[in-house]
Design a protein around this ligand. Structure first.
Ligand code: FAD
Length: 359
């Protein structure tokens, strides 16, 4: 049965729930908390499997949480086999997006995976990570190539990347900030051609919402999205989840609650396990500030055509081409990471202009 026939109730002052008369009795199978990339893709899969799903998000629309801020990089560089497999599986969906969504007609159009390939500099420090992930990638057939130093210069030099120096991750107010490590240069790089990006992750979530809402059983939608609705309680009966209470006083009955609350997922777990002694989830999450800078591309270089997704693990800085010959630079702090990127990019003076946008 479906949410439109849902069992909704209002909470009384005493804390008990009473059924709202204007709603029919019923239940949805799964209440998903969070309409980001995780919640919405899960909703789509569950809807296609025939489950009735209600997706609740405190934001005003789909993908408006951390998903909307994502740099959208689709990579398989991971140091755990399960993560490599999962990301490679995910890549296939991004690659065959139209087939996955099942339509060309989604409002706003379909997102497109762009694949410039991804490069990680091989240095003394990054080798520890790369020596784990390259064999794992190869073990499941992901193309990945070692570039020696000369190949690095040839391939990265033409997009303005100076790979002759290595840097330390230092705060901008540190006296050594910006000074290359004396006598040290990268050994080479690792290149994975099937590394790409989705320019508009929020649109990707809208695409999946559209696909999920298109799934019907006996004429009823399997997936119902409710926005501006914050889950404030997760209720249990006889040791089983039975529903969620919302900040506006509404109540939605369900058999399963799926936590897709992104950075807030630890807070949501705490709602489910009021007694922390029985909460066996050991991972903690919390929202953190991350910044991404959008800049004009280097003059004379066609980033769309020639740019790579470039990662320097020593400094923790990455940058990638952005549609329209722009450059996206990622890290935690504009002040630090953008300048670190600038050290590598010999033509980077272009980016410290008024046209740069910082989120
Ligand atoms: C700057 C930045 C760059 C990134 N770059 C990349 C990248 O290049 N590649 C990559 O793979 N990943 C990247 N990530 C990580 C990626 O964005 C996240 O892992 C992903 O978007 C998480 O999706 P999600 O659906 O789990 O969470 P979110 O998108 O955050 O969705 C969670 C939703 O839950 C809702 N919610 C929370 N609590 C409640 C509640 N109590 N009631 C109702 N709703 C609730 C929130 O409103 C939110 O919309 C980046 C992240 C950031 C911030």
């Amino acid at each position: 049965c479906f949410l439109t026939e849902g069992f909704h109730s209002k909470r009384t002052v005493s804390g008990a729930y009473i059924v709202k008369q204007d709603m029919k009795k019923g239940t949805c199978d799964v209440a998903i908390v969070g309409a980001g990339v995780i919640g919405t893709s899960t909703a789509l899969s569950l809807a296609r499997l025939g489950y009735s799903v209600t997706i609740l998000d405190k934001n005003k629309g789909p993908g408006a949480g951390s998903t909307s801020y994502s740099s959208g990089i689709v990579r398989s560089f991971y140091s755990i086999l399960d993560s490599v497999k999962l990301s490679w599986e995910g890549y296939q969906y991004w690659k065959n997006w139209e087939e996955f969504i099942g339509s060309k007609e989604a409002p706003g159009g379909l997102v497109k995976l762009r694949e410039p390939g991804g490069v990680i500099l091989r240095t003394i420090n990054s080798s520890r990570f790369l020596d784990k992930c390259v064999p794992l990638m190869r073990s499941i057939g992901i193309p990945v190539y070692e570039w020696d130093y000369q190949t690095c210069i040839a391939n990265l030099g033409k997009v303005g990347w100076d790979v002759s120096k290595c840097y330390k991750p230092l705060r901008i107010d540190h006296s050594d900030f910006g000074l290359p490590i004396s006598g040290v240069q990268p050994e080479g790089a690792v290149f994975a051609p099937n590394t790409g990006y989705i320019s508009d992750p929020m649109l990707a979530v809208q695409n999946m919402k559209y696909a999920a809402e298109s799934v019907r059983t006996n004429g009823n939608k399997n997936a119902n999205f409710l926005f501006g609705r914050q889950v404030v309680e997760i209720n249990q009966k006889n040791g089983k989840v039975c529903g969620v209470a919302l900040a506006d006083g509404d109540y939605i009955s369900c058999n399963v609650v799926l936590n897709a609350a992104g950075p807030y997922s630890a807070q949501l777990n705490n709602l489910a396990f009021l007694d922390s002694n029985i909460n066996d989830m050991k991972f903690e999450t919390r929202p953190l500030r991350q910044e991404v800078a959008y800049c004009n591309g280097p003059e004379g270089i066609d980033m769309d055509k020639d740019g790579f997704i470039s990662i320097d693990l020593d400094t923790g800085c990455y940058f990638r081409p952005e549609v329209g010959n722009k450059l996206l630079i990622g890290g935690c702090k504009w002040g630090i990471y953008t300048y670190l990127c600038a050290f590598h990019l010999i033509t980077m003076s272009f980016m410290l202009t008024e046209s740069s946008i910082v989120f």
